[in-house]
Design a protein around this ligand. Structure first.
Ligand SMILES: Cc1cc2nc3c(=O)[nH]c(=O)nc-3n(C[C@H](O)[C@H](O)[C@H](O)COP(=O)(O)OP(=O)(O)OC[C@H]3O[C@@H](n4cnc5c(N)ncnc54)[C@H](O)[C@@H]3O)c2cc1C
Length: 378
């Protein structure tokens, strides 16, 4: 294990792996990733695979537009297939009131160059057959949205980073940090100390705790979300389909993966809830009756790490030089991985990222400068 590093990345999920890879790509040859379990063991390995640009704020739309450009070339760039498929997101609209909101959303998305559009029920049925036409009056569709495999993506970033000299310490927990004269001096881990003056907090559900170690308040809350995968069958649900708080699509292997929002208090242990199965299955079959006999293979839970305005916290903490944060993705961190890695690496190396992220700084909470995202699913 290295005893000195230019940058210590705390957390081996998609954010940490992408940041480490991008730092190495920009020329840093002594980056380390410290992960308390295995790579992808946090929310990344538990996620719903979706990648979309259909957001409602300029900040999210711009980030995701750039992220999709990177996803489109990611397998090639990393030298390994990440399972990326641009199969779209189909958002089913339930009534006139929702329709007017979606028209507004599509207008904002189009304004920033995202080719989403409102389509009628017949067109939606051409994209996804067997949908129940009685449960929606129109849909919003963006063919440039899509999905990828979290496991393949984690592996691809890991291997590409390793080739560039990144070192990964798994089953190694960060337990504290030493700060002297307003600068980070070292990171204390379960396997010894690493001297450094730059730390990236990408600890997902552990991000608040990492902040506490250096006296930086990171206002995120961890909400448990449930998700299932069914047995595989021939593919006909190509896009991610969303209706209200229900979402589902088919994985590369052909199983339906999906979830629905359940009322939860913060910080619940990651145990499965039986009542979720009933709520999910009832809603799924209402939207797609043909699925009523499909068997569910597996159910699990992971955390959405939420901020008050449903946007991530990105940037260096004003209070502590060298302490960078990429956390609070509010259920959207997998899709943002490629762009977040690029921008945080640029910020660390050049002091300025190529896409502005100032509006997403930690200090927006103290200053009351929140930017509210309405399109949070699940
Ligand atoms: C059910 C579900 C469905 C989702 N669906 C989607 C989706 O369709 N699309 C999408 O974009 N996002 C989705 N998300 C959200 C997405 O999974 C997360 O936003 C994203 O994975 C966050 O990645 P991360 O690398 O920031 O954090 P994580 O993947 O959580 O990684 C953080 C890592 O830090 C490690 N860690 C924590 N504390 C310490 C410590 N003290 N020392 C060392 N290591 C530590 C953890 O073990 C963990 O591996 C979903 C989430 C869930 C739960």
């Amino acid at each position: 294990m290295k005893r000195r590093a230019s940058v210590v990345v705390i957390g081996g999920g998609i954010s940490g792996l992408s940041i480490a890879y991008n730092l190495a790509k920009l020329g840093l040859d002594d980056v380390v990733v410290v992960e308390k379990r295995y790579l992808g063991s946090g929310s990344t390995g538990k996620c719903g695979t979706g990648i979309r640009q259909q957001f409602t704020t300029k900040e999210h739309i711009m980030l995701m537009k750039e992220s999709v450009k990177l996803w489109e070339k990611l397998s090639e760039e990393l030298g390994r297939d990440v399972g990326y498929r641009q199969t779209g997101y189909l958002w089913l609209i339930r009534d006139e009131e929702e329709l007017s909101v979606f028209k507004e959303n599509v207008n904002i998305q189009n304004k920033y160059g995202v080719p989403s559009r409102i389509i009628n029920v017949e067109e939606a049925l051409e994209i996804v057959p067997y949908l129940n036409p009685e449960v929606f009056i129109a849909a919003a569709f963006c063919h440039k949205d899509g999905k990828a495999s979290p496991f393949k993506t984690v592996n691809a970033y890991y291997e590409a980073g390793r080739r560039l000299g990144v070192e990964y310490y798994t089953y190694t927990e960060v337990r504290g940090m030493v700060v002297e004269n307003g600068r980070i001096r070292k990171v204390i881990t379960s396997r010894g100390d690493i001297e450094t003056d730059k730390v990236v907090n990408v600890a997902g559900a552990g991000a608040r705790k990492i902040g506490e170690m250096v006296g930086v308040n990171i206002p995120v809350e961890n909400y448990r979300h449930h998700i299932v995968v069914t047995e595989p069958f021939q593919e006909f649900v190509k896009p991610m389909v969303i209706r209200g708080k229900l979402y589902f699509t088919q994985t590369e292997r052909g199983g339906i993966i999906g979830g629905i929002d359940m009322p939860e208090k913060p910080d619940q242990p990651l145990r499965a809830r039986l009542d979720f199965l009933e709520v999910f299955a009832t809603n799924l079959v209402k939207v797609m009756p043909i699925l009523k006999n499909v068997n569910i293979l597996r159910q699990w839970a992971g955390y959405y790490v939420m901020t008050k305005d449903n946007h991530p916290i990105l940037g260096e903490a004003e209070k502590l030089e060298g302490f960078y944060i990429a956390a609070g993705f509010s259920g959207h961190g997998f899709m943002m991985g490629p762009i977040v890695g690029k921008l945080i690496a640029e910020l660390i190396m050049y002091g300025k990222p190529s896409v502005p992220i100032d509006a997403l700084r930690l200090e927006r909470f103290e200053r009351g400068e929140l930017i509210y995202e309405r399109a949070v699913i699940g």
